[in-house]
Design a protein around this ligand. Sequence first.
Ligand code: KG4
Ligand code: ZN
Length: 359
Amino acid sequence: MYILGIETSCDETGVAIYDTQFWESGQAPYLGLVGQSLFSQVSMHQEYGGVVPELASRDHIKHCLPLIEEVISKSSLTIQDIDAIAYTRGPGLAGALLVGTSIAKSIGFGLNIPCIGVHHLEGHLLSPLLSPDLQLESGETLFPFLALLVSGGHTQIMLVKGIGDYELLGETLDDAAGEAFDKTAKLLGLPYPGGPEVSALAKLGQPGRFNLPRPLLHSKDLNFSFAGLKTAVLTQTKLFEKNSLEQQKQLKADLAHEFVNAVVDVLTKKIMRAVASTGCQTIVVAGGVGANTQLRNEFSRLVQNSSGELRVLYPPIDLCTDNGAMIAFAGALKILNHPESVDQSPAFDVAPRWPLTLA
Ligand code: KG4
Ligand code: ZN
């Protein structure tokens, strides 16, 4: 079965095709990704310092159909070869979601093929299974595993017991990790999106000069809080405003270094606490912040120290941020495992706020 995936929840138009026979054969799921295309709106939103919803919707309208045509021809298929369509139904920007959803439903209705509304975070959550590093032995299963979801809007720890069977173990009480990166970038005078920028600046910084808080590090639960961290960054930047520009450059790098360390510290300590309490030794890291090199380095260190028990999986780096491949893949797994969730009706809605545990 060929599943066409369409992602338009925020500022990326992503389209891809997943061939389910590679999942069903069980050994190298990533081979099923037969084609994908992406258009990022980042440069358009950059001048506003964040995503402008109306501009995002209009741009999805412009790019979605051409990308679908491009992916189908790149995959040497025709539209008649598509067996089902998966689209992001939520959460996200209502107008942006409506673009992908209405296009998916129209094509589905025209071709008389089923559609399936996918939860955006379920796409992120399952995307590490598309890692080329994942080779399953015959009969081997990854479930249950722990998922660390770190995107621009969410920071959650999930226990994934199976496809569609997710237990929320902890989440952020205020800002998401990606949001903290974006806000810190603004405070340091860096452009949107801030994650990669702060991360790059942090590599030029030195440890020891700043000492930022590690919010909720010692709380007994698995929740996070990043709003205070951003405020602490603001307080520090105010203190060095009067320094020379040259001095400020190094101070900003040192502060970025400490900021990234604080975020990585909290994320890794909390997920390791979840490892201890559940006994699950497989962690998948998904969402935009999962592309962060400092976070990946710390996980590598933890894996090395675990004498082979701990396993950490990531999506390929280009699938960490929003993309159509994760939606095609999650839709494919839902159709295979929960055929009852497939929708034949031409009616549709979107779900801008949609808890994953209800998906
Ligand atoms: O998953 P995603 O593409 O979109 C959402 O669903 O939110 O995540 C975007 C977030 C942004 O906040 C961005 O700054 C952050 O991921 N991000 C990073 C990195 N790349 C993207 N944060 C830290 N380090 C990175 N390398
Ligand atoms: Zn996302």
